[in-house]
Each structure stands twice: as structure tokens, then as C-alpha cells.
Design a protein around this ligand. Structure first.
Ligand SMILES: Cc1cc2nc3c(=O)[nH]c(=O)nc-3n(C[C@H](O)[C@H](O)[C@H](O)COP(=O)(O)OP(=O)(O)OC[C@H]3O[C@@H](n4cnc5c(N)ncnc54)[C@H](O)[C@@H]3O)c2cc1C
Ligand code: FES
Ligand code: FES
Length: 406
């Protein structure tokens, strides 16, 4: 039986049924919840006008906040999470949040179309440097982000008229003040715990199914019983198939709630990264061992896209311009695949854009492993990491299909 989508928004648990499985969070906000502060510019994750902040359990009893693009996220993926929009910044007495006040004080807005999106990217940064690191309502001097870190956090927001300097000034200045009513993180963590599901979340609308299993075994069973089901991870590719190509995705199985897909482990021999780990978190781990790859992280889309998009999705989409590929190949990555028949390990060729074919045949990419390379391979990584066009040919020709023979 279909269950309602449950998430926290506007100080309450919201329950939604009757929305299409691919209704975007942005459509829900503007057309159903009438929260029209969040804007639509491009509907493809590029401009940042639709930026919202998602809160989810951080595994340590707290809540992790991250900015994402509402225009490419499907509503059922919110189940069990908290959604913050620009409407939430207003304080209980009607006064402004320090993020908003700083934007005004620094003249960070002209036509204002981009401003809610910037405000939410800034809010995510504010929460990250306030609560998470200090337990205070705002950042202490030593935990404040540098100007470069602020610029990196705003890479997903475009402004056509104000110019970025006053906005970056505002993002520095916002840390001078605490909000009247900061987010109560322990209370929010308890609320999220109260709507946590122990089993697969199952949602249906107009004959289309959306399942969010919690275990790898449940995913394998779902994919086994319905081989045509569409695997969905961060939705930064798949979302556009709906918003730009108007495609009907059929039934969807969402892998974003599977614990076994979200682990990151570094041993003496391996860095092992679950397929559901976001690109941003994957790079957090990889650059600890290979700091030279930091540059490729910063070239990968924007922070909100890296916060949603997964490493598994970047491999599985088989894209000839996937930016994780040069690094994965140079680091001799192995791909671990899961199906109803068990687990298979594949040599690095599997990382050359062919996993898509495998997944079409009933597998879900489970995790990517990479062996720490010798100094020579490190040099190779440096050489291969940048030239994107070279990579197109390497992935496109000669390697498709090899995965099956291994
Ligand atoms: C504005 C914008 C900028 C972008 N910039 C870049 C960029 O600079 N570099 C770059 O490389 N990419 C970029 N992308 C593309 C995209 O963000 C990445 O490819 C991302 O890694 C996709 O991951 P996802 O989790 O969002 O995948 P999804 O969109 O959820 O899925 C993509 C494909 O992978 C399949 N899939 C996902 N997970 C699994 C799994 N575990 N097992 C089997 N199949 C699976 C899906 O069925 C689908 O076919 C950009 C996208 C946007 C919208
Ligand atoms: S509307 Fe442009 S990023 Fe979402
Ligand atoms: S203030 Fe006009 S687009 Fe930014």
C-alpha cells in the first residue's frame, strides 16, 4: 500500500500523497505549498535560483545541512528529511536572519531574483560553521570559512546584476551575528528520528511506483523482480530527463536511503566508497590521500550538485564527459556490483563508462574501490585528471561491453 511522503518543513511534519512520483521539490513548493520565495530560473541545476537546504541525520545524533537544487530533486526523496526554504529564515518576531540582514547591509541584491537562492547557500554555510563545529548559534572566529571557502560554497548561484563581491562580503559579515531563534538541532534530530522508516518506503501515484529500500538486499530484490525499474540516486542527471526531456521514468527505485551504499572507508590498501556517497563527500575522503585531486573536485559542477550527485551515478550514467572518470581510471579503481545473484568485482575497465550497460541488466553499482597507487600512478593521475576531451574518446571507443567478459 502506498505510504505518504513524510518530511519536516515550516516547523511541522508534512505528509504528502497524491503527487506524481517525479513531481519536483520546486513544483511542490511553488504550486502546492505556495512557498514562492524559492524561484525557478533554468530547471536544470545550473542557476541556483531554486536552492533549498536539506537536513538529514548525520549518523552522530546531529543533523547535516546541505544546499541542493530543488528543481531536479523529486519530492518522494524528501521522505525522512527536513526541508528549509527562504521562508524559514524569517525570525519568529518578523525580524531578519543574519544571512538576510548581511545581504541588505552589504548591498548584495539588486533585482532580487537570485537572492533567495544565495541566501539558502549562505544559510547552509552558516549552519555548517555554527552548530556543527562549535555548538554555538553562529561561528566563532577560528571556525569561520575563508573568503575562498565562501566563494566555493556559492559556486552554484548565478547573479546577473549585483556582482559577486558584495554577496561574498555579506557571507563574511553574516557570521558576526546570531539569529534570534537558531535552528534547534537536537530537537530537529529527534523529529527526524520520529519519521525514520525501518523498512522500504513505498509510494505510488498514477500507476507508478517509487520505492526507497534501506538495504542492499532489498534493492537487489526490487531490481530482480522488476528489471526495468529506474535506479535513482542524486537525481542530477535523471532529474533533467524529466524537467528538460519530459520523459516518463516508469517505476523508480531510490538508493539514497541505503546505509550500505553510503559508507566511506580508508584502509591501508583501499579507499572504498559506497555508490550512494555524494560526489562532495567522496572527494572529502579522496583528497585526504590524494590532495592533487582537489582541483578536479572544484571543477566538478557546483557545490549543490556535488551535494546531491553521487559517485555511483557519475560512473553508472556512462557519460563520456563524466569528470570522476580520469581520476578513477588513473587510480586503478575497481567497481563492485550487486545483483540478486550476489556481488561481482570488476577491474578498472568497468569504470570506463560501461557500468550503465551492466545496471540495465539487473545490477546496481554498489561501491567503487580504489587501490592506493604507487608514485608512478600518482603521476599518471595528475596527467590524466584534466583533459576532458581525451577522456571522451577513451570512454566511448573500445571499452563498451568489456565489463561482461570480466
Ligand atoms: C548543473 C549540472 C552540472 C553538472 N556538472 C557536472 C560536471 O562538471 N562533471 C560531471 O561529471 N557531471 C556533471 N553533472 C552530471 C551529474 O551531476 C553527475 O553525473 C552525477 O555524478 C550523477 O549522479 P547522480 O547520483 O545524480 O545520478 P542520477 O541522476 O540519480 O543517476 C544517473 C544514472 O546512473 C544510474 N545510477 C545511479 N546510481 C546507480 C547505482 N548505484 N547503480 C546503478 N545505476 C545507478 C541511474 O539509473 C541513471 O542512469 C552535472 C549535472 C548538472 C545538473
Ligand atoms: S532553477 Fe536553476 S538551478 Fe534550479
Ligand atoms: S540581484 Fe538580480 S540576478 Fe542577482
Amino acid at each position: 500500500m502506498s505510504q505518504p511522503i513524510r518530511f519536516y518543513h515550516r516547523n511541522a511534519i508534512q505528509e504528502v500523497s497524491g503527487a506524481s512520483t517525479t513531481r519536483t521539490v520546486l513544483q511542490y513548493l511553488r504550486e502546492d505549498a505556495r512557498c514562492t520565495g524559492t524561484k525557478e530560473g533554468c530547471a536544470e541545476g545550473d542557476c541556483g535560483a531554486c536552492t533549498v537546504v536539506i537536513g538529514e541525520p548525520d549518523g552522530n545524533g546531529g543533523v547535516a545541512f546541505k544546499a541542493v537544487n530543488a528543481c531536479v530533486q523529486f519530492l518522494p526523496t524528501l521522505d525522512g528529511r527536513a526541508l528549509f526554504t527562504v521562508e524559514d529564515l524569517r525570525q519568529p518576531d518578523g525580524s531578519l536572519h543574519p544571512v538576510q540582514q548581511a545581504l541588505i547591509d552589504c548591498h548584495g541584491s539588486q533585482c532580487d531574483f537570485c537572492t533567495p537562492g544565495f541566501a539558502m547557500s549562505m544559510f547552509a554555510l552558516y549552519e555548517k560553521h555554527g552548530h556543527a563545529t562549535t555548538g554555538c548559534a553562529h561561528a566563532c572566529e577560528k571556525t569561520r570559512p575563508s573568503r575562498q571557502q565562501i566563494s566555493d560554497a556559492l559556486t552554484g548561484n548565478l547573479c546577473r546584476c549585483t556582482g559577486y563581491r558584495p554577496i561574498i562580503d555579506a557571507a563574511e559579515q553574516m557570521f558576526d551575528h546570531a539569529p534570534l531563534a537558531p535552528v534547534n538541532v537536537p530537537a530537529l534530530a529527534r523529529t527526524l528520528e520520529s519519521i525514520r522508516r525501518d523498512d522500504t518506503f513505498h509510494y505510488e501515484h498514477a500507476g507508478r511506483r517509487f520505492d526507497a529500500p534501506r538495504t542492499v538486499e532489498a534493492l537487489a530484490a526490487l531490481k530482480g523482480s522488476n528489471p526495468n525499474v529506474r535506479i535513482l540516486a542524486g537525481s542530477t542527471d535523471v532529474g533533467l530527463w524529466v524537467t528538460k526531456q519530459l520523459r516518463d521514468l516508469g517505476d523508480i527505485v531510490y538508493v539514497g536511503q541505503i546505509e550500505g551504499f553510503r559508507h566511506v572507508e580508508t584502509t591501508e590498501e583501499w579507499i572504498e566508497i559506497g555508490a550512494g556517497v555524494t560526489v562532495e563527500r567522496a572527494y572529502d575522503e579522496i583528497v585526504k590521500t590524494y590532495p592533487e585531486l582537489e582541483e578536479t573536485r572544484l571543477r566538478f559542477a557546483s557545490l549543490p550538485i556535488r551535494n546531491a550527485g553521487t559517485l555511483g551515478g557519475n560512473v553508472a550514467n556512462g557519460s563520456p564527459i563524466g569528470d570522476s572518470m580520469p581520476g578513477l581510471i588513473a587510480l586503478n579503481a575497481r567497481v563492485v556490483l550487486q545483483s540478486v545473484n550476489g556481488t561481482q568485482r570488476h577491474a578498472r575497465d568497468a569504470a570506463r563508462g560501461s557500468l550503465h550497460r551492466v545496471s540495465e541488466e539487473g545490477h546496481g553499482g554498489q561501491r567503487v574501490r580504489r587501490r592506493h597507487p604507487c608514485a608512478n600512478a600518482r603521476r599518471q593521475a595528475r596527467q590524466n585528471a584534466v583533459p576532458r576531451l581525451q577522456a571522451v574518446e577513451a570512454f566511448r571507443f573500445g571499452h563498451l561491453g568489456r565489463v561482461r567478459r570480466l
